[in-house]
Design a protein. Structure first.
Length: 556
């Protein structure tokens, strides 16, 4: 058994009912008891734990018990190898929980002569410069205001360097094309909900391991973009918490409310923000009052609920009045299991070859995205098989909030050259699909009618064009919402389609009719979903639903 007083104290606070923990932190305690604290080949470096806590409380602010608990695991070592047991830390909680402040204090300590490792360099990385500078500027200001610290550190607006250890602290923006690992001892990734892929992380962590005690720290509050880097980290964390990876180097400290209804119980708010654990500090009291004002405002302006739930309660919640479906419903188009299951179970895809289907096409913006697809109806379910085309030049000009390269490798899209997306790509795809599936009808909008109609009809397709695409949205919206709710849509494991569906903004007009728009005009593309809507317009007129109906059964 290994012990540390701060770890024992925090666990005791929970077991005695003095603090409220969410499901993930309860799982963390159980995991630690069974797989970590029960070991005798590990040890807490109490000297550095004490020094770090004292350093932060002297120069920064008093620490709460949860912060001391987390700090202890930054200094957990293997007795034999003298290496860190935890190299990676995931710290997620509601806004105002002091994530950046904690990282500021820890980083400053690790740069100091108290930690004593030469060249223990630290980079703080975020999507925006302002966010990347948050902790950096806090450390800068603390040092600038204290003459004692000024004797130990050299300050510039870009770098803070310890005079004895030569260890520096800097900030960087998350642009993987222009970044290299810099022989860091620790890299802090801030605002991780903004990372579309792990590319930035892979680049920046490349400099780790060249000095002792390499660490990666991931901090943030949950966000609106699904299936990005943060969802990947949450799945890894759940595997650890479930005891499936007992030797994992990841320490997951995740704070959130467990159920949306808990937002109405102020006593539950500390689950998402441990800064609100009693007794409240002056900072925590001000934080609570601010959050209470924001909560009260929701009665007058309910549109702020999505932001409050995501950023304050760390529990993303879609505004069902503005979204086509909940994320759970969108996820169910491909999986039997829940979104946070680290080992997702795929839905069974019906046999589609030689089945009747109807084609869908969205070719409205030929300078960026275009999508095609085939819609089938089998046993009451609608199955959507789709592909997209995207211009390479467009990708250079606009930073999409999506892992385009990964999707290309999965065969979900094709990057094309040229000033526009040539109609030939569209036609060739449908011709190729006609060799496998039974269809002749393609439904499209009329934006490029002459171009599309001539090219497709030349190959023998029948083109059904929609004169006013948004007019059909109000007709189809109730049906589409019902199909999502009843889990009667199957996209397969298609993250591109899930992304496009999640990007749809449902706008309810004064007459009650609904239209499908984009949550962001440039970066949140919806073309695959719009192609699906076009196909749905004629699906029930064309598709025949008979359990054993195949084209090969017809006697010509």
């Amino acid at each position: 058994m290994i012990k540390n007083k701060y770890v024992e104290r925090y666990i005791s606070l929970y077991e005695k009912g003095k603090i409220k923990l969410n499901k993930e932190r309860i799982m963390l305690i159980e995991y630690l008891k069974e797989h970590v604290l029960s070991r005798d080949d590990l040890y807490f470096d109490d000297k550095h734990i004490e020094q770090c806590i004292q350093f932060i409380e002297k120069w920064y602010f008093p620490l709460k018990e949860f912060q001391k608990f987390v700090i202890a695991f930054f200094f957990l070592f293997n007795k034999e190898t003298k290496r860190l047991f935890y190299r990676r830390f995931l710290i997620m909680m509601g806004r105002g929980g002091g994530k950046n402040g904690l990282i500021s204090g820890i980083s400053n300590y690790m740069n100091s002569e108290l930690y004593g490792i030469r060249n223990y360099n630290i980079s703080i990385v975020a999507n925006s410069e302002d966010q990347a500078k948050t902790s950096f500027e806090e450390v800068y200001n603390v040092i600038e205001e204290n003459k004692t610290l000024q004797r130990s550190f050299h300050l510039t607006k870009m770098r803070i360097t310890n005079r004895k250890t030569k260890s520096w602290l800097r900030f960087r923006t998350a642009n993987p094309q222009s970044k290299d690992g810099g022989r860091e001892g620790m890299v802090v990734f801030d605002e991780i909900h903004m990372y579309e892929t792990a590319q930035t992380v892979r680049v920046m962590r490349g400099g780790l391991g060249k000095v002792p005690h390499p660490r990666e720290v991931y901090i943030g509050t949950d966000g609106y973009v699904r299936e990005g880097f943060i969802d990947s980290m949450k799945k890894q964390a759940m595997e650890v918490l479930q005891g499936k990876r007992p030797d994992s180097t990841l320490f997951p400290f995740i704070c959130k409310i467990d159920d949306p209804d808990e937002v109405d119980d102020f006593e539950m708010w500390e689950k998402a923000n441990p800064m609100l654990e009693k007794p409240l500090t002056d900072y925590a009291q001000n934080l609570f009052e601010t959050m209470k004002e924001e909560y009260d405002d929701l009665e007058i302006d309910p549109s702020g609920r999505e932001e409050f739930m995501t950023k304050r309660m760390n529990l993303p919640e879609e505004d069902i009045e503005k979204s086509v479906a909940t994320w759970e419903e969108i996820w169910a188009t491909g999986f039997e299991s829940e979104p946070d299951d680290p080992n997702p179970v795929l839905r069974k895809m019906p046999e589609l070859e030689q089945r009747m289907c109807v084609g869908g096409l969205d070719y409205a913006r030929i300078k960026d995205f275009a999508s095609v697809g085939l819609l089938f109806k089998i046993d009451g379910n609608y199955i959507w098989k789709t592909h997209s085309f995207v211009r390479k030049e467009f990708l250079k000009q606009v930073k999409l909030n999506a892992p385009i390269d990964e999707w290309e490798k999965q065969g979900l899209l094709t990057k094309v050259s040229g000033p526009v997306i040539d109609i030939k790509h569209i036609v060739d795809w449908f011709v190729e699909m006609r060799l496998i599936y039974g269809f002749n009808t393609i439904v499209a909008d009329t934006f490029r009618l002459d171009l599309v109609k001539t090219a497709l009809e030349a190959e023998g397709f029948e083109l059904v064009y929609i004169r006013n695409p948004r007019a059909i949205h109000s007709l189809l919206a109730p049906r589409i919402e019902t199909l999502f709710a009843k889990r009667q849509l199957i996209f397969g494991d298609n993250p591109l389609m899930r992304w496009a569906t999640n990007n749809v903004l449902v706008v309810t007009k004064k007459d009650g009719n609904k239209e499908y728009h984009k949550k962001d005009e440039l970066t949140r593309k919806t073309d695959p979903f719009q192609a699906f809507v076009h196909a749905m317009y004629k699906a029930d007129d064309i598709l025949v639903e008979e359990e054993n109906f195949f084209l090969s059964d017809i006697k010509f």
